[in-house]
Design a protein around this ligand. Structure first.
Ligand code: CP
Ligand code: NVA
Length: 301
């Protein structure tokens, strides 16, 4: 595995390998066992959007692996003043051992990988959020002791999270049902990919998608960069909420997951959120363990 650009690039075996390594690194961290797999290595972390979890988990994770993380705000780099990503890639490859980037366009991440000579990790684009989905799969596996055959339901915007969840969950053998309003469906490339699976269903009736779910996911109605559409989206997404009605359609022991940040009473009620806060914050913690595994896979020996 050379980079982590999107879930579609990973094989099922690579996903499971990452999850297994993440479990091991988590165990070692909790038991004080050193795991300096990236001793002496440096990771540049370029952020063109805000972040709490991604920034702190990558930075801490790199430190725990014996490496050194550099936080690079795009606004303070020449890339923020128009220096081409092709040049940025070739320059950074001369200094660093790896790059994590959070940006708008997926093409920027792909170009960084194409022109650079070091591993690139996608820390979220408008198209996808693979690091989050690896942490999500790790969390579901911890709670349910398996992935294959579980019923997963996504309710909300067909955004970066939906795109990565659909691909990731299908690849590990889950049955996927997504409910998105008209005009807010997942990306066409994702729908094209999902077409070849007979265990994928797309609807615009949330309670239908939630039927017999083992795990329910949602995400914000307006993502970073869409703040100007928030009002219009509040209207379009009305009813696309994880609430008591949705939970009663799911299995009694269904998990609820949210990548965070969450908007209570929009995509999820405060009541459901708090009832499932244990899982949701385990999910947030697992960003650290899953990403350490990704960094070791792409930057380690
Ligand atoms: N879930 C997630 O990526 O959070 P941040 O935006 O805080 O990094
Ligand atoms: N869809 C959200 C995810 C945040 C982690 C966004 O892109 O803002």
């Amino acid at each position: 595995m050379k980079h982590l650009l999107k879930m579609m690039d990973l094989t099922t075996e690579e996903i499971i390998d990452i999850l297994n390594l993440a479990d091991q690194l988590k165990y070692e961290l909790k038991h004080g066992i050193a795991h300096n797999h990236l001793q002496g290595k440096t990771l540049g972390m370029i952020f063109e959007k805000a972040s709490t979890r991604t920034r702190v988990s990558f930075e801490t994770g790199m430190y725990q692996l014996g490496g050194y993380p550099l936080f690079l705000s795009a606004n303070e780099m020449q890339i923020g003043r128009g220096e081409p990503v092709e040049d940025t890639a070739r320059v950074l490859s001369r200094y660093l051992d790896g790059i994590m980037i959070r940006t708008f366009k997926q093409e920027e991440v792909e170009k960084l990988a194409e022109y650079g000579s070091i591993p690139v990790i996608n820390g979220l684009t408008d198209f996808c959020h693979p690091c989050q989905v690896l942490a999500d799969l790790l969390t579901v596996r911890e709670y349910k002791n398996k992935l294959d055959g579980l019923n997963m339901c996504y309710i909300g915007d067909g955004n970066n999270m939906a795109n990565s969840l659909i691909v990731g969950c299908l690849k590990v053998g889950m049955n996927v049902s997504a409910a998105c309003p008209e005009g807010y469906c997942p990306d066409n490339t994702v729908l094209e990919f999902a077409k070849s699976y007979d265990n994928f269903r797309l609807t615009n009736i949330p309670v239908e998608a939630a039927a017999d779910a083992d795990v329910l996911f949602t995400d914000v109605w307006a993502s970073m960069g869409q703040e100007g559409e928030a009002e219009k989206r509040r209207i379009a997404f009305k009813g696309y909420q994880i609430n008591d009605e949705i939970m009663s359609a799911a299995h009694g022991d269904a998990m609820v997951m949210h990548c965070l940040p969450a908007h209570r009473e929009e995509e999820i009620t405060a009541k459901v959120f708090e009832a499932h806060a244990g899982e949701i914050f385990d999910e947030a913690e697992n960003r650290l363990h899953a990403q350490k595994a990704v960094m070791v896979k792409v930057m380690g020996k």
